[in-house]
Structure formats: C-alpha cells, structure tokens
Design a protein around this ligand. Structure first.
Ligand code: DGT
Ligand code: CA
Ligand code: CA
Ligand code: ZN
Length: 573
C-alpha cells in the first residue's frame, strides 16, 4: 500500500515531537511541523508526485533536506534520523503529548521519573495516585489527565471525516477497477457528512457479488477480514479503520442506499410513518402488502411517504421529518454560495504562504474577498504580530488592493481574547481594520461562569466582530472549554457579533447542534477555513458540510453576502 499523505505527516510530526521533548531548537521543530502541514494539505498523494519526479521543494516549507526525508518515508515508511532519535526515547512517548496538560517537558519527566511511555502506563500510574508526586504535576493535574484519558478512550474509535475521505478515495478507485461493478457509494455517517465516522459503509452495485467481494479482499491495505458472506464483507484496514462492504443488486440499489445511509434513528422514524400508511420499509425496498413498489431513485422513497426530499446531512431524526411534511425544510447553504474566506493566516505569523499567494488562491477559488487575519502579539508560539507589524501589513494590503480589480483584501486580525476579557490590541489599533476575529488561545481552564463572562465582556468591545473557534475543542484531542453557549449567543445577538464555524478538519467548531442553536437564536455564522497555506483554504467545504448538518441557509452565513454588505455588518453601532 503506498504510504499516504497523513502517514508522512505523522512521521514528520513525530520527529517534531521528539525534538521538542529533547528541547531542540524551536526553528527545527517548526520546520518539521510546517512540512507536515504542507504534506497534509496537498491535493495529490505525495507518493504520486515523487513517482512523476515533481519538485517537492516547490511547496511551502519544504527544502531540499525535507524533500529527501519525505522521499525516504515514501519508500521505507520512516527516515533514518527519526529512527536514530527513537533509540534514545521510546517510540510511543510523543503519543503522550496528545493528552491534555502534557507537553514535551512533562512527557520527558513522566518517562525519566516514572518510566511512563504509553497512555496505558499513564492511566495505571494516575489511578494509583503516583503522578501527583512527580515535580510539576500535583493532584489537580493528575485528575484532569485521568479524565482526558478516559474521554480519549471513548472517542478514539471514531476517525475524522477528512481522514476517512483520505482512506476511502484509493479504496473506491480500486473497487471501480473490478468488472461488473456499477455504482459505488460511501453511505452511512460518511454520506451524512458527520464530523467523525465509526466505520466506512461502502455500497457497490453488482450482478456478481462473489466476484466483487473477491476483488475487495484483494485490496492491499486490508489488515484483517472479519467476516465474509454472500453480499457482505467486513474488514479492517491497516490504519485500523473498519469497512463494511455491501453488494446490492441493480433493482435494490436505491432502497439499500437509503437504508444504509441512515441514520438509524431517521430510518426508524420513517418506518413508523410507513406503517401508518400501510407500507413496509426495509433495506430491500418499500412494500404494499406483498407487492414491492419500484424505486428507481432515492427521492421516490420520500415521495411515496408524502414528504419533501430530505438530504443525507439532515437525516438524524431531529425534526427533519416533521419539517419535510410541512414543506419547511431549510434551503441549505452550498459551497458555491460562499463569496469569501474570513479567517486565514500568512507567513507574517504562522502561515506558510505570503499575502499575495493567499489572495491569488482566493481568486482562483472564485471568491470576491479574503480577510487576512494573522495572530496578535499574545500568541508568541505562532509568531504573533506587534502593532508595528500589523500596521505594516495593513499598508501592504492597501497597496495590493490598489492593483486588484473586482476583488478586495480585507484588513483583519485574529486578536486574542485575554484572560480578563480585554482584547490583545488597543481599540485605536483595532479601529483601523475592516474586521476582527477574536479568539481564545490561553486560559482554557476557567470555570464555566468565568469563561462565559470573559467572552461576553470581550463582545462588549465595539470592535469585536467574530468569535473564532468558539469552544476551542480539538476533536479526539481536547475537550471544548466549559462555556455557556446559549449566553454567548444571546450576547452576540445583542451586540451585533457573529460566531465562527472554523472548518479545520479537527476543529469543526461550532458543531452541528450549536449551529442549529445559532440559527434558532438568529445569530449569524462565519464559515472560515482558518487556513495556514493555500491548500488549507479548501477545508472550507468541510465547514459547509457541518453548516448543512446544522440546518444553516445562505442568509445565516455572513460570507455568502457581498463584500459591501459584509463590511457594513462589521461596523457596529
Ligand atoms: P458510524 O459508523 O457510527 O459513524 O454511523 P453510521 O450511521 O454509519 O452507522 P453504521 O455504520 O452502524 O450503519 C450504517 C447505516 O445502516 C446506519 O446509518 C443506518 C443503517 N442501520 C444500521 N443498523 C441499523 C438498524 O438496526 N436499524 C436500522 N433501521 N438501520 C440500521
Ligand atoms: Ca458507518
Ligand atoms: Ca457500518
Ligand atoms: Zn486560531
């Protein structure tokens, strides 16, 4: 199986982790992280690029040295320097850094003082109350480590939608090669565009199920076949991802597609409705008595049930069936409704591409505006800007705008919300900008009450526009901070502020339910990529998926508005 981009990124990040644990030069650490980010954001598999002898150093953050290392990873799965590092420190040690409260220093301490190198060791030691006595830890940290370990155990079986996409693409391509196969669809939570998926449910239309399954079992990335029947084969990929492959006959495809798209709760509710209409619905089709009603399109199932068509993203039994009955389903936002991106970073702070490159890419995406929102001074690890650098950037943007036609670069910032609720730049500076994304990057651990007050206080500043990544969660890695979203939204409404739906694959923050709450409370949302390079801007589509799951329409999303309207919305009072 060719080594995939996320595998390459994982190896580079592991090197960065080990270097951090060894307290190496921060520039070296950042070089590996930047390269990892670039590889992860590439539109094509890096293995392909190498095969076609393309120049990797053309990509941001990749020099000659890193290009060689990436080639080594592609051919051997690792690189010699990483292997050498591993001889001094246990391989799995960086894994500890995924746990909340554990950075490189503490990971090293845990290993040196208590011989702990894996989450399992750590859990045992924390339960035995042995962590609290290590210098730099204490009882409170011990307890939060334990609780985040327990939470990770619950979550880690689900993988990010974007990672699932990456695993699914080559598999689908492989399945298409078999003769006699027709349609191939990824159903289940993947088709409903949930932020994480438990497994892949692949449906293949074929008249020859045995042959299709034979072909599937020959896929190189399969680690284990769990079961194999006449039309169903369950397997585990090398990455640990489970796959259910189902073969459906041509005349049963649409009924099966509907059934295996789910959700289970939606299916059950539809089945109940069917029963009231004397119809029986199951994975094979819809039946009136013994007679099967022909279904040649998935839409027909809803027609037969006298419902408007419900798109997969809404099939969660959260009111969509009633809405479909009463012709009041939302007219959901689509990617093409988006006219600009309101949160991106450049190489001025922790981005990889310069201002011009980012703007050029936004134009290629068909946008008419782009807000540049680099970090403020507080975020030193991301090379946050001081006032002078911000002002210089504003000048550069003014100049660039003079040369652009039909496109506007908005002067923005991602300004830190400090612990006391003030913003990291004085109002006299903030005033000069077109737009301000205000985010929390520190003091995540305040009480729910204090955190809520902090954000509301920030929103009372007349230059507060958009609350960036509103809950601070990192899927599978960091819990949302304790905060009262309903109060936050009420304050946003009152003050004319907006909330972000950050489209980074592991943030997708707000989640679907919170988007729905915003809609109900008439608070508008900015769907933003938070890109750190040009490739990252296309993550916005994942934000749109999430927005759709949250019932959002174009009018609920501020970056579907014209630039003029948008700028007006950023001026409060
Ligand atoms: P996941 O894999 O946890 O992310 O979520 P799903 O929705 O993909 O769930 P999965 O893989 O267990 O099953 C795929 C679909 O099959 C599910 O969305 C609906 C359908 N399905 C599975 N089990 C049942 C069931 O017991 N009753 C009904 N009505 N449908 C089911
Ligand atoms: Ca599934
Ligand atoms: Ca499944
Ligand atoms: Zn941020």
């Amino acid at each position: 199986m060719p080594v995939q981009n996320s595998d390459v990124a994982a190896q580079l990040n592991r090197m960065a982790d080990l270097l951090e644990i060894e307290d190496a030069n921060p520039f070296r650490v950042r070089a590996y992280r930047n390269a990892a980010r670039t590889v992860k954001g590439l539109a094509r598999p890096v293995a392909d690029l190498i095969k076609h002898k393309e120049d990797l150093t053309a990509f941001p953050g990749i020099g000659k040295d890193l290009a060689d290392k990436i080639k080594e990873i592609i051919s051997t799965g690792t690189f010699s320097q990483l292997e050498e590092m591993k001889t001094d420190l246990p391989t799995e040690l960086p894994g500890l850094m995924n746990i909340e409260h554990i950075g490189p220093k503490r990971a090293k301490l845990l290993y040196q003082k208590a011989g702990i190198s894996s989450p399992e060791d750590l859990k045992k030691a924390a339960r035995a109350k042995k962590i609290r006595n290590i210098k730099g830890f204490g009882e409170k940290i011990e307890q939060s480590i334990l609780s985040s370990l327990e939470q990770m155990a619950d979550q880690n079986r689900r993988i990010l939608l974007s990672d699932a996409e990456e695993r699914a693409a080559p598999l689908t391509e492989y399945l298409e090669k078999a003769s006699d196969t027709d349609r191939i669809t990824l159903a289940g939570s993947f088709r409903r565009r949930k932020e994480t998926v438990g497994d892949l449910d692949i449906l293949v239309c074929s008249k020859n199920p045995q042959q299709t399954i034979d072909h599937f079992t020959g896929y190189k990335d399969i680690n284990q076949i769990i079961s194999r029947g006449g039309t169903l084969c369950r397997a585990v990929l090398d990455s640990g991802l489970h796959v259910d492959l189902r073969v459906l006959p041509p005349d049963g495809y649409n009924a099966g597609l509907h059934h295996f798209t789910g959700s289970k709760a939606h299916n059950i509710a539809l089945r109940k409705r069917g029963t009231k209409m004397n119809l029986k619905i199951n994975e094979y089709g819809i039946f009136k008595g013994k007679k099967q009603i022909q279904v040649t399109q998935e839409k027909q199932i809803y027609e037969i049930l006298e419902l408007d068509y419900v798109v997969p993203e809404l099939r969660e039994n959260k009111g969509e069936i009633q809405a479909a009955e009463q012709n009041r389903l939302p007219c959901l936002v689509q990617l093409q409704d988006i006219r600009g991106d309101l949160h991106v970073h450049t190489s001025e702070t922790d981005g990889l591409a310069g201002l011009e490159k980012m703007v050029e890419h936004a134009q290629q995406l068909g946008y008419t505006y782009l807000a540049i929102t680099d970090h403020s001074r507080q975020v030193r690890i991301a090379n946050g800007m001081d006032i002078r650098r911000l002002e210089k950037q504003m000048e550069n943007i003014d100049q660039l705008n003079d040369s652009l036609d039909g496109f506007r670069v908005l002067k923005g910032v991602e300004v830190d919300i400090l612990a006391d609720g003030s913003l990291d730049f004085p109002n006299a500076v903030l005033k000069k900008l077109d737009l301000r994304v205000c985010s929390i990057h520190f003091s995540h651990n305040l009480s729910r009450k204090k955190q809520t007050e902090r954000i509301i206080k920030a929103m009372e500043n007349p230059f507060f526009n958009i609350l960036g990544h509103p809950t601070g969660r990192l899927i599978n890695r960091r819990k949302p901070y304790a905060v009262d979203l309903e109060k936050i939204m009420a304050a946003a409404k009152k003050n004319g502020c907006f909330l972000e739906l950050n489209a980074q694959p592991d943030r997708l923050d707000l989640n679907d339910d919170a988007c729905r709450m915003a809609r109900d409370m008439h608070v508008k949302i900015a769907v933003s990529s938070d890109a750190h390079d040009t490739g990252g801007m296309s993550h916005l589509r994942l934000g749109i998926d999430q927005a759709r799951r949250g019932w959002l329409e174009p009018a609920d999303i501020i970056n579907t508005y014209s630039c003029q309207d948008l700028v007006r919305m950023m001026t409060r009072r």
